[in-house]
Ligand binder design. Structure first.
Ligand SMILES: Nc1nc2c(c(=O)[nH]1)N[C@H]1C(S)=C(S)[C@@H](COP(=O)(O)OP(=O)(O)OC[C@H]3O[C@@H](n4cnc5c(N)ncnc54)[C@H](O)[C@@H]3O)O[C@H]1N2
Ligand code: MOO
Length: 342
């Protein structure tokens, strides 16, 4: 149906017009206008048959049932089929159902969409030294990874499964990995080769396929990705909090993105006017802020520090090399952000 885009009067022909009625919202049969006739109308209401334009209420001069105002053929009428015609493809296949997509689907009357459901991601935080409330004390530190994960998981487009805390105990980790129901299980603080780091041994015991056994990046090199025989994925996040964040943003987001049926993002390149020292053999991930001149490192970027990442817009992905990089790729700190095209 043709609808009014403004509150005012639907008119037919040139003015002045005689006001013959009013069309309220939701009226299905607004009638017909003859030449020289007008009817009051609200935004969104169906215009009467024969209406040639709508005069906005602020442009209308009314005295009794007489209306005067500016008239221009088609003005302020939303014509049927303006946005889409039968047979139009509204959206490409494989698109993320974000709020605008959902609204558009409802607009065209769809009750059901065929979707790839978001995967569920669970987390197991390990460490005898961790406390979860109050300040740290000698020998004990606050868990900084657990509080980061639910938001990261949500922003990566997955559902949060259970988040549990474990002592550094091999049997407890075996039990947790056997019992945790999620397509992806994150395990923090057990990725290296120390006496309390059981992840790799436990993965072997569970007959997992170790898909990624360390990544040549700094921080985050001990990260690991494995697949259990029943198909669930396990991602080992290094215990150092910045390293854990890097591992989630790289392997974690890549795994979740593919489980959602989406292609991996292409990262934009950006200039680093002040340069960033390269690592000779590993890719560096350096927290930066975006400025009009390019990427500027924010500092406080040690593997155990979150002060840098907390104020950063992105991680600069700096390829290995002998000297300084003057350009880098950008990995958003927020996994829900669309990667920038610069
Ligand atoms: N011999 C080697 N030792 C280490 C290596 C190595 O290559 N060879 N790599 C180091 C790097 S790099 C990292 S990262 C860590 C990774 O260790 P794990 O994943 O096994 O984690 P932990 O040893 O338990 O902890 C490391 C560090 O992080 C602190 N931590 C642990 N969990 C949390 C948490 N939830 N919140 C805050 N901080 C946490 C923990 O107290 C340690 O200080 O291995 C290095 N060692
Ligand atoms: O992962 Mo460690 O630096 O590489 O913290």
């Amino acid at each position: 149906m043709d609808r009014s885009a403004m509150d005012g009067y639907a008119v037919r022909g040139d003015g002045p017009w005689r006001i013959v009625g009013h069309v309220a919202a939701g009226v299905a049969e607004p009638g017909t206008l003859e030449d020289g006739e007008a009817t009051g109308i609200v935004t969104g209401a169906t215009v009467p048959v024969g209406a040639t334009c709508v005069v906005r209420s602020e442009d209308a001069v009314v005295s009794g049932d007489r209306l005067e105002g500016p008239a221009k053929e088609g003005r302020h009428i939303r014509r049927t089929g303006e946005e889409c015609k039968p047979g139009d493809q509204l959206l490409p296949a494989g698109i993320v159902v974000d709020p605008a997509v959902l609204g558009l689907a409802a607009t065209v009357g769809l009750n059901r969409l065929t979707v790839v459901p978001p995967p569920t991601v669970a987390a197991v935080i390990t460490g005898d030294e961790l406390v979860h409330r109050g300040p740290s004390s000698p020998g004990r530190i606050r868990d900084a990874i657990g509080p980061m994960l639910p938001g990261l998981i949500t922003r990566a487009g997955a559902r949060n499964g259970p988040l549990t805390h474990l002592r550094d105990d091999r049997d407890a980790l075996v039990k947790a990995l056997k019992e945790t129901q999620a397509e992806l299980v994150l395990v923090s603080g057990s990725s290296a080769s120390g006496p309390a780091d059981h992840l790799r041994a436990v993965l072997t015991e569970l007959d997992a396929d170790l898909i990624v056994d360390g990544v040549a990046c700094r921080p985050g090199h001990p990260q690991a990705l494995a697949q259990l025989p029943d198909g669930r994925l396990v991602l080992g996040l290094p215990g150092n909090p910045h390293a854990a964040l890097v591992a989630f943003l790289t392997l974690g987001v890549a795994a979740i993105t593919r489980m959602r049926g989406l292609p991996l993002a292409t990262l934009a390149n950006i200039a680093v006017p002040g340069g960033i020292t390269c690592h000779p053999t590993n890719t560096r991930l350096v927290p930066i802020r975006l400025t009009a001149q390019g990427a500027v490192p924010v500092g406080h970027d040690g593997a155990a520090m979150l002060r840098g990442p907390a104020v950063a817009d992105a991680l600069a992905v700096v390829a290995p090399g002998p000297s300084e990089a003057i350009a880098a790729r950008l990995l958003p700190i927020d996994p829900g952000a669309r990667p920038w095209i610069l």
